[in-house]
Design a protein around this ligand. Structure first.
Ligand SMILES: Nc1nc2c(ncn2[C@@H]2O[C@H](COP(=O)(O)OP(=O)(O)OP(=O)(O)O)[C@@H](O)[C@H]2O)c(=O)[nH]1
Ligand SMILES: [Mg+2]
Ligand SMILES: [Zn+2]
Ligand SMILES: [Zn+2]
Length: 402
């Protein structure tokens, strides 16, 4: 209690350490080059942008209250104007309001290159908005930057240009980066407001623990992790998939593909080192292994795989149905075990306390290859894409299970 983790730089602070930014953006005398913000952007001090003053609270709250409440406003020591813009003392980014109420939940979407993370996030947001409409909830972008970020880096390409996304560029660069910019939403459910912070990752960055240390700190601090597993990379499965579907469902050469278990291993290591969890203790952070690209593999699955073929029943219900979830988990796990991915299920069992499995498709069909281009014949037709997300919300105490 009384602490929060910055959704931008992942550094933990106590409530009383919060700082404020002057609202007098253009005329404040305290305007100067914002060096902590430049460090967050990984640009040199010299090129730091000039922004209005950032300052700590003048009089901290009395000790017993200090850990209970986050200060809500302060006056600028330079121009005297009152401000309620709370910023992180480490990176100077504006903090979502829910930070002070401990109602921020962060979800890390991870997996190898080409596993489908970017398409998953692009389509998931649309699907969650649909669910919210049926339930009378609201999912709203945290600010205009998020609207722009989502539209430009996730939405337009597949809903309007009808072309699949390129693989995501590494976040290990200076300046702004798509993957270092989280997607932040406010979720209004009944009378409660939550802030959801969704992190995409570049599979390329997850190939090295040294890079992960620099750009993927959020993984170890996340409220939940979604690990996307690419079925077209599970050898026994890929041998049965039609050539055309296989080609359309992948952007990298077969020889470039790495074993997915190794990435899962690095994720576990990252969580262990961040939270000082020993090798012999199971990790408690909820994690779901979500098999992507179901459309490309559904044909090859044997009889008995039934729940996975049905649309998700949580859409109308607005809660996680225990029985349905159990079937989804069992069927996915049995597919992994039967198609030679038992290394994954064994690893999960050994390393995680709170884990589950599911299967989804973001696009609903393989992109088509025309000449040297990949195109989408239809707008995304997702299948069970909400499942991993809703399970994490349940584990975070936001959604009910019945
Ligand atoms: N058949 C099928 N293919 C998909 C689906 N989603 C993604 N793909 C294919 O997988 C490729 C990679 O998807 P991305 O979402 O870019 O993968 P990523 O995990 O973000 O990859 P990195 O950014 O490199 O980490 C796409 O270009 C598509 O060819 C899907 O739902 N069905
Ligand atoms: Mg990507
Ligand atoms: Zn920060
Ligand atoms: Zn000022």
């Amino acid at each position: 209690m009384g602490k929060y983790i910055c959704p931008f730089c992942s550094i933990e602070h106590t409530f009383s350490e919060v700082e404020f930014r002057c609202k007098n953006f253009d005329n404040c005398e305290g305007r100067r080059q914002d060096v902590p913000y430049a460090a967050y952007l990984r640009i040199s001090e010299r090129s730091a942008p000039v922004r209005s003053a950032v300052f700590p609270v003048k009089k901290p709250l009395a000790k017993p209250l200090r850990d209970l409440y986050m200060p809500t406003s302060e006056t600028c020591p330079f121009c005297g104007r009152e401000t309620n813009i709370r910023v992180c003392p480490s990176c100077h980014n504006e903090l979502p309001e829910a930070v002070g109420e401990n109602k921020v939940r962060t979800i890390a979407v991870v997996g190898d290159r080409d596993a489908g993370k970017t398409h998953f996030l692009a389509v998931l947001i649309q699907r969650i908005k649909e669910i919210c409409r049926t339930q009378g909830w609201i999912l709203r972008e945290y600010n205009d930057d998020v609207i722009k970020h989502y539209e430009e880096n996730y939405y337009y390409r597949i809903y309007e240009d009808m072309r699949p996304h390129d693989l995501t560029a590494s976040g290990n660069v200076s300046g702004t980066s798509v993957v270092r910019t989280p997607l932040i939403y406010n979720l209004f459910m009944d009378k409660t407001r939550y802030t959801l912070v969704l992190y995409d990752s570049a599979g390329e960055d997850l190939q090295s623990e040294a890079v992960m240390d620099k750009v993927n700190q959020y993984i170890g601090k996340a409220s939940g992790v979604i690990f996307l597993l690419d079925p077209t990379r599970i050898e026994k499965m890929s041998m049965e998939i039609k050539e055309e579907a296989l080609k359309g469902s992948s952007s990298i050469d077969r020889r470039e593909k790495k074993e997915q278990i190794n990435t899962l291993g690095r994720i576990a290591n990252r969580i262990r080192s961040e939270n000082k969890i020993s090798e012999t203790t199971k990790i408690k952070i909820p994690i779901v292994v979500a098999m992507s690209k179901f459309d490309a593999v559904s044909e090859i699955f044997p009889k008995g795989i039934e729940a996975l073929r049905e649309p998700s029943g949580y859409f109308d219900a607005g809660y996680v149905k225990k029985e349905e979830w159990y079937q989804v988990k069992e069927e996915t796990e049995s597919i992994l075990d039967n198609y030679g991915a038992k290394d994954i299920t064994d690893f999960m069992e050994k390393n995680f306390k709170n884990y589950t499995y599911c299967t989804f498709s973001a696009l609903g069909e393989s992109p088509e290859i025309i000449g040297s281009e990949k195109v989408l014949r239809h707008k995304p037709m997702p299948h069970r894409i909400e499942d991993p997300f809703l399970w994490i919300l349940k584990e975070c105490g936001i959604l009910k299970e019945k």
